[in-house]
Design a protein around this ligand. Structure first.
Ligand SMILES: *[C@@H]1O[C@H](CO)[C@@H](O)[C@H](O)[C@H]1NC(C)=O
Ligand SMILES: *[C@@H]1O[C@H](CO)[C@@H](O)[C@H](O)[C@H]1NC(C)=O
Ligand SMILES: *[C@@H]1O[C@H](CO)[C@@H](O)[C@H](O)[C@H]1NC(C)=O
Ligand SMILES: *[C@@H]1O[C@H](CO)[C@@H](O)[C@H](O)[C@H]1NC(C)=O
Ligand SMILES: *[C@@H]1O[C@H](CO)[C@@H](O)[C@H](O)[C@H]1NC(C)=O
Ligand SMILES: *[C@@H]1O[C@H](CO)[C@@H](O)[C@H](O)[C@H]1NC(C)=O
Ligand SMILES: *[C@@H]1O[C@H](CO)[C@@H](O)[C@H](O)[C@H]1NC(C)=O
Length: 366
């Protein structure tokens, strides 16, 4: 059996701890009963001492105590802090997640969120990189939003993005087959036609041009910063009154399907009209009869005509909900889970893994 460096390291630590453990047995007989699991709990709780860890000590395999995989979160993504002791809640044990850079030299993985380091190469770790350590490139934005990928050359070992061919796949949402074919569902009453919620108005983006043309042929209610106000509390109640929702992505890019579809449209039971990656690409993730794609029509005018036709044909409109008998929508489980998942995947990964050019992969291999 080949031992990965990661495992050899653990083995060394394990032997050392075993030795100390035996010593402490000889010196303090009573410490046997509490020593190791306390140790583990300390590791898990250290990050947030105000919260008690929800660890059921007896359900953790004893050998995990000394085999912690250390994941260093280099910077809080977008400055957003999240609890770091939740892995046991997801059935993932033996992880130490930390933001304490003193642990850099022992970290099995360093998770680096691109938008937080992209303007300054010096904001990457500067100390020598331990031979066993993975650097993980974390990014949830399409190319048009980010920059300076070149500076990542020959530094990284894994990718964590919304692209399915990432080493660690981090989608905005996905569909899960229902175990039992679903019950009858009720489509919310619809009194309005088309809505769109847009927060960032990138004037050059394809979706703006498409909207400008589409609105000449069909009435569209636009909500967002520069338009009708809509609070988060009212979001689903409001949008569910519309038959259609424009789930227009800000970029046309492989696998880039965001909460605009998963949460805004499906969450409010409005039939999504999507603009973004190709229909074929959407259909890798979503049943083909769950959405309308702008590419299905030769012009915005034709799309408008189709939406008006569906508005008059209840039976045909309802067909866009049939998938709900077989699937349910799942939303991204959040950063706390993502970090635990990193730990799990790093542990299962091959010893040596190199990404010579993140730039080439993200900009060219699409
Ligand atoms: C600890 O967790 C609580 C609740 O999740 C949070 O409000 C608090 O900011 C956290 N403290 C630190 C130091 O992360
Ligand atoms: C943690 O557990 C202790 C002892 O069970 C309890 O007194 C305390 O209130 C708990 N703290 C929190 C934040 O749940
Ligand atoms: C802890 O886990 C053990 C073994 O899995 C189980 O028997 C016990 O009921 C659990 N205790 C609690 C408080 O969940
Ligand atoms: C970071 O880790 C080091 C080494 O384990 C420790 O001495 C230090 O107190 C930690 N810092 C914080 C803020 O937890
Ligand atoms: C759903 O309701 C329709 C009409 O009320 C009925 O014919 C059909 O059998 C129901 N299907 C299921 C799966 O309950
Ligand atoms: C939809 O409208 C009908 C008739 O106006 C009404 O009876 C029903 O309760 C409404 N359903 C919902 C979910 O609001
Ligand atoms: C990580 O990748 C870099 C180059 O991208 C390489 O030099 C290093 O050896 C790799 N480390 C591991 C553990 O694969």
């Amino acid at each position: 059996m080949m031992l990965a460096p990661i495992n050899r390291n653990r083995l060394k630590i394990f032997s050392l701890l075993l030795f100390l453990f035996v010593l402490s047995f000889i010196w303090h007989h009573e410490s046997i009963t509490t020593g190791v699991s306390k140790n583990l709990q300390n590791l898990i709780c250290k990050e947030n001492s105000t919260q008690n860890a929800t660890v059921n000590k007896s359900s953790i395999p004893a050998e995990k105590d000394v085999q912690d995989t250390v994941v260093l979160i280099w910077k809080w993504p977008w400055g957003y802090q999240s609890p770091l002791h939740t892995c046991p809640d997801y059935g993932i044990f033996g992880c130490k997640l930390t933001v304490n850079r003193s642990l850099y030299s022992v970290a099995n993985a360093v998770l680096i969120h691109h938008a937080d380091i992209m303007y300054d190469k010096k904001s990457l770790p500067q100390d020598p990189k331990p031979h066993f350590q993975y650097w993980i490139w974390f990014n949830l934005e399409p190319p048009r939003i980010i920059s300076n990928l070149k500076m990542l050359d020959n530094l990284f070992n894994m990718t964590m993005t919304f692209r399915r061919d990432s080493d660690i796949y981090e989608p905005y949402g996905w569909m899960e087959p229902l175990k039992k074919r679903g019950q009858n569902f009720t489509i919310p009453n619809k009194s309005k036609l088309v809505s769109w919620v847009v927060s960032k108005w990138y004037s050059g983006a394809p979706r703006i041009a498409y909207y400008e043309e589409l609105k000449k042929h069909i009435n569209i209610d636009v909500y967002g910063a520069k338009h009708k106000k809509l609070s988060m509390n009212d979001f689903y109640n409001t949008i569910s009154q519309y038959k259609f929702y424009l789930a227009f992505e800000n970029s046309v890019y492989k696998d880039y399907i965001t909460e605009k579809l998963w949460s805004n449209a499906f969450g409010s039971w409005a039939v999504p009209v999507v603009l973004g990656t190709s229909r074929k690409n959407y259909e890798r993730f979503v049943p083909g009869d769950a959405f309308i794609h702008v590419d299905d029509f030769s012009s915005p005018k034709e799309l408008a005509a189709y939406l008006l036709e569906l508005d008059k044909d209840e039976e045909k409109y309802r067909k866009y909900f049939n998938w709900r008998l077989q699937y349910r929508v799942m939303l991204n489980r959040g950063l706390s889970y993502a970090y635990c998942n990193v730990c799990k995947i790093v542990r299962e990964s091959p010893v040596y893994h190199v990404i010579h050019s993140v730039e080439k992969w993200f900009l060219e291999d699409v």
